[in-house]
Design a protein around this ligand. Structure first.
Ligand SMILES: *Cc1c(COP(=O)(O)O)cnc(C)c1O
Length: 367
């Protein structure tokens, strides 16, 4: 049996007709950028996440950059974040000339450890970027309290967590501003690159709208601020509009698959991701932690089961961040996670037969 780590072809079958129809319409109308489908997508996601502002942009990395630009992050500033995440959580800080200041993650869910944040705050700290890693909400109560106490804005990198919630409050509505990605492998994945900035703060929303179009406000070719070019194409937005109504059911399927693995593999020496009935983890990735990670990955590969490693090198040990002065041992939880994490296929279209085959193969490895 051959099981990929993600199966976009299966998902596409569901929305193929609608996307084709939308594409034909867009191409004959020739309204190609920031038109009706971008607006529809913005309205849908603003309503869903419970924020007044949802602003499409070119990709999730730009969304992070735009969020930090809207907050006025500049050279010399410090931004606290996690070293155990995708690259752009930190590169967005560095690209603006600011300094990423890492604090380690929690053992339980690999999200930033709120207890460590206060110790990293200095007079130069101008934002805290948290990541809801693998789709699991951070401890936003504690993090937002720290933000309020020190008057430091909180950025939510929600690239992996659209739809995650706690007590009904949605990912993207906790902090001051949030960034979302529609990269094809995300829970709401497009037919190309795409991203979005979400915020409940009108001042940040209005700034972001200008920043994504070269800092233009009301009048064309009149620039109020130095922005970037980061607009979303209609052909990409129309595919996301077609997929959006399925997001809740797809996320539910991911959670169902995760619970299946947790139950069937429960007795093995594995650290499992924890779901809850409230939906605080939407299982963007189902990442287990095992001592013998490389051995298990190789064994599963021989069985035709693809797995992924997120992430093999924590950011503080990346060559490009050497100038920050961190060393091996700086963040032990992140470093251990990098050596033990393994993502199993968990996409919504997995069949019962495939799931059982994966479970049986893992059990066989441990026999
Ligand atoms: C995917 C991702 C991004 C970047 O999004 P792109 O659309 O690929 O630029 C940023 N942060 C996290 C945590 C991600 O998973």
């Amino acid at each position: 049996m051959n099981i990929p780590v993600i199966n976009l072809k299966e998902q596409y079958k569901k929305v193929k007709k609608e996307i084709s129809r939308n594409l034909q319409e867009i191409l004959s109308e020739q309204r190609l950028i920031l038109g009706k489908y971008c607006t529809l997508l913005e309205t849908n996601i603003a309503d869903y996440a419970g924020v007044p502002y949802a602003i499409t942009c070119a990709n999730g990395t730009d969304a992070l950059i735009l969020a930090l630009m809207a907050l006025g992050i500049k050279a010399g500033d410090e931004v606290i974040t996690t070293p155990y995440t995708f690259f752009s959580t930190a590169s967005s800080i560095a690209l603006l000339g600011a300094k990423p200041v890492f604090v380690d993650v929690k053992k339980e869910d690999l999200n930033i450890d709120p207890v460590l944040i206060e110790g990293a705050i200095t007079s130069k700290t101008k934002a805290i970027t948290v990541v809801h890693l693998f789709g699991k909400l951070c401890d936003m109560d504690s993090i937002c309290k720290i933000g309020e106490k020190y008057e430091i804005p909180v950025v939510e990198d929600m690239a992996q967590s659209l739809g995650a919630r706690r007590n009904g409050k949605m990912s993207g509505s906790f902090g001051d501003i949030a960034s979302l990605s529609f990269y094809p492998t995300k829970n709401l994945g497009g037919i190309g690159e795409g991203g979005m900035v979400l915020t409940k703060r009108p001042d940040l929303g209005e700034r972001t709208k200008k920043l994504r179009v070269h800092g233009m406000g009301g009048a064309t070719y009149h620039h109020e601020m130095i922005g970037i070019n980061s607009r979303l194409d209609e052909i990409k937005a129309c595919a996301l509009v077609a997929k959006f109504p399925y997001l809740e059911s797809w996320n539910a399927k991911r959670i169902e698959n995760a619970n299946f693995y947790n139950k069937k593999l429960g007795k093995l020496p594995i650290v499992f991701p924890q779901t809850d009935a409230g939906g605080s983890h939407i299982i963007h990735q189902y990442v287990i932690r095992v001592k013998e990670r490389d051995g298990l990955q190789g064994f599963l590969k021989d069985k035709g089961i693809q797995t992924g490693i997120y992430y093999p090198v924590p950011l503080h040990l990346q060559e490009c961040f050497g100038y920050l002065g961190y060393t091996k041992g700086s963040f032990p939880v992140s470093e251990e996670a990098a050596m033990t994490s393994l993502a199993l296929p968990v996409y919504p279209e997995l069949t019962k037969v495939e799931k059982n085959y994966i479970v049986d193969s893992i059990k066989e490895f441990y026999r």
